[in-house]
Design a protein around this ligand. Structure first.
Ligand code: SAM
Length: 268
């Protein structure tokens, strides 16, 4: 992968946990693995989604890998403090150099990975190689082009677009959600089904306003501040106004915010 655009800071760790818990029902209500089934979660980061998956499938056996030793250490520390998660093992591993033989797992699971990859097709091929024939692959990705909000000021839109542009310049694709179906079919999966998962927030959804807009989206945009300024994508004044305006989109009663994730499932 290119440099992970959101970095590995403490703030990013908190953001990933907030994101996962805020979106749990929307993203994961339909993912359950049976007793004794083996599941490989690739790019587990700090384990925010791992914990959700493992709690929903207490009889399955999870192996969660990530390239970042620091993230794996954080995930391990986090899970040690939780009860009932003895069926999860973490390991530091590069998905392009899988430490498992081909056809090892009953299922594979990926969340928010492909958008950061310079070679998403190669990544998918490497992951599917360790999936048993007949097993399922589940992939969840966002699409930053699917976002709109109110009030939609020019400054807010420009700050948001920096996120898309920085990732594109790093060779990644933050618009990958819309490509999920052809990506999964092109990887050779059958029975592919992709469903959009729309997050819509207004005053009547205060938890989403706070957990998604304020604690997930805005910190994610702020994560590209340095690069956006350094590359001349935006000037500091417009950036600051844009961030302030994005806060208004997450503040009742005026603000509203809409974003689409995509969840794909296919069979090898
Ligand atoms: C957005 S984070 C994933 C978040 C996590 N799936 C979740 O739901 O909270 C992307 C992760 O991909 C990992 N990653 C990037 N390249 C990788 C590779 N080649 N092998 C394994 N993990 C990789 C990064 O270290 C980072 O933790």
């Amino acid at each position: 992968m290119n440099d992970y655009v959101h970095g590995f800071t403490d703030r990013e760790r908190v953001r990933l946990h907030d994101q996962a818990s805020t979106l749990e029902q929307l993203m994961h209500h339909d993912t359950r693995y049976g007793p004794g089934q083996t599941v490989l979660e690739v790019a587990c980061g700090v384990g925010a989604t791992t914990v959700i998956l493992a709690r929903r499938s207490p009889g399955a056996r999870f192996t969660a890998i990530d390239l970042s030793a620091a993230s794996i250490a954080t995930a391990q520390r986090f899970i040690r403090g939780e009860s009932g998660l003895g069926h999860v093992a973490f390991a530091r591993a590069d998905l392009f150099r899988m430490p498992f033989p081909p056809d090892s797992f009953d299922h594979v699971f990926i969340c928010f990975l492909l958008e950061h990859m310079t070679d998403p097709r190669g990544a998918l091929a490497s992951i599917l190689n360790v999936l048993k024939p007949g097993g399922t692959a589940t992939v969840i990705e966002g699409d930053h082009g699917s976002c709109y909000f109110h009030p939609q000021t020019e400054a807010a839109r420009r700050a948001w677009n920096c996120l898309i542009e920085v990732q594109a310049r790093l060779g990644a694709n933050s618009l990958i959600g819309r490509e999920l179906y052809p990506l999964l079919r092109g990887a050779g999966l059958s029975d592919v089904s992709v469903t959009p998962r729309m997050v819509y927030c207004d005053e009547n959804r205060p938890q989403l306003m706070d957990g998604f807009v304020k604690k997930t989206i805005i910190p994610m945009v702020q994560g590209v501040h340095e690069q956006a300024i350094a590359w001349g994508l935006i000037d500091e004044g417009t950036w600051q106004r844009g961030i302030a305006d994005l806060h208004v989109t997450g503040t009742p009663p005026e603000g509203t915010f809409c974003y689409n994730f995509f969840k794909g499932v296919g069979r090898k």
